[in-house]
Design a protein around this ligand. Sequence first.
Ligand code: BDP
Length: 651
Amino acid sequence: MLRGPAAVWAALGPLLWACGLALRGGMLYPRESPSRERKELNGLWSFRADFSENRRQGFEQQWYRTPLRESGPTLDMPVPSSFNDVGQDRQLRSFVGWVWYEREATLPQRWTQDLGTRVVLRIGSAHYYAIVWVNGVHVAEHEGGHLPFEADISKLVQSGPLASCRITIAINNTLTPHTLPPGTILYQTDTSKYPKGYFVQNINFDFFNYAGLHRPVLLYTTPTTYIDDITVSTSVDQDTGLVDYQIFVEGGEHFQLEVRLLDEEGKVVAQGTGGRGQLQVPNAHLWWPYLMHEHPAYLYSLEVRLTAQTAAGSVSDFYTLPVGIRTVAVTEHQFLINGKPFYFHGVNKHEDADIRGKGFDWPLLVKDFNLLRWLGANAFRTSHYPYAEEVMQLCDRYGIVVIDESPGVGIVLVESYSNVSLQHHLEVMEELVRRDKNHPAVVMWSVANEPTSFLKPAGYYFKTLIAHTKALDPSRPVTFVTNSNYEADLGAPYVDVICVNSYYSWYHDYGHMEVIQLQLATQFENWYRTYQKPIIQSEYGADTIAGFHQDPPLMFSEEYQKGLLEQYHLVLDQKRKEYVVGELIWNFADFMTNQSPQRVMGNKKGIFTRQRQPKGAAFLLRERYWKLANETTYPWSAVKSQCLENNPFTL
Ligand code: BDP
């Protein structure tokens, strides 16, 4: 039985949303504006892993009190980056426990002297548990590695004649049955085999548990009375776009709000006043997915201006939010965007690359989006955790549709269905919805990947989790991704769309591609018969070592990967006429995993290598995706050819 706040949330969510209370405490992306400045703290930080036996020496000796170099030797560590792969130290690569990051930031004088300025420290992602001090004072703690958190540090930096501040962040990558993703620590006590105190981290997911400061760290300012959050949801009435907005203000009671909606030419198309309201846009340009329209991804700008009366006089705060007007709906056999059937033809990704691990990197990001567009992909799933905010922004701009997944991967143990775990999972969904609710590209939430959803406690767990997510955001469907083997799925009755992963002729019937069509057709028919919901083939694929060739095809060769995909496509082409609404290849690119005899330096199911070079399957999928795009472009007439002509990556 769910108790405490979680139960209250589950019951009151819809009501709270309607009253605008569900997601108090904003997480607006820090954008510059006439009232807001930002200062990036990316670059080299001082770093030390705490190799002491209990991993707690840093706390015992209070390493946050004085500059880190004074308590022992430090390394230079780039931010953003995982710490694992930048060095030559095998022990640091697989380190489990607390690591310490530190850097000094020089602050503009105005930030420290103008008491009307609020200074905020924002950490894009720190995997997994983070504690933050500024000048030795504890300012924040956060659990979970893929979502941002922040601390108001104004008082600290404005309390004396300081020109700089010292930021210390301790991060622990240990996973337990109650973290997301879960893990366990295995202590080896047989001293004839292992040294004293020996332990390893065990996980039940298939990617390397990279750790560190993975995303940008920055300082930004707002006035002391400020726009804390904006929630936008859109609908369409004939040709008129409707933009419902709600604005949350913190730090003051006396203020006015003005909003203006601008089109891409900068023309004001609607305006309003007050903290909530509806803007009406006649002849609205809708936000369409890539390849579905001749002008996909149309974005308006919602300019919000706050004017507040404070003791020091009148102050203003400005924030501009990109807004895409679009609708999403699900029927028994279709996924509709703007009322038209949408077929997901895309990929599953990972945040993963050589050296930087899960560290955010602009060149990599732009390369990935260029590859997605080259491929003719219109969608991806953020397997298996929320991706960087900058990724979501590019999806909005390019029209790449997103299934936005929580870090609920590897939930296999019964302990991981306890109330402690459920409570944390509910909080993570809240943080995720709060961060990504305004992205038109996000069309569905995925609360988990391949949990052992046939275990008894899974029924209650997913019922609660999915109801809570729907309460937080009634405007989007919710799913979780299951495995074709889990037919007695206790969570599936609660999802809007069935997402199912299968690996026919890979994890069983090795080499026998001839069984794929029958097994896949049976999978679809069984799941549809049981649930009557649209189905997405959310994973399928084969490990392939780039450059391995074998004909007739053998496992791990490029020919086998292509042959396996082709067998899937034959069935998908039949079933997409009925109720299958998408196909997402596993995986976009090769990625790093834990070491094991099943993995040859990582998972090799990418259609691109880890260095983003195509395997043969990439060309096969490209041909297919452009063909699919050609069939589903809306409106059907002249647009298709324009779509192809406008493609910067000419076929
Ligand atoms: C799927 C998992 C995915 C794995 C994949 C594989 O969802 O995380 O990487 O199997 O084994 O079941 O390649």
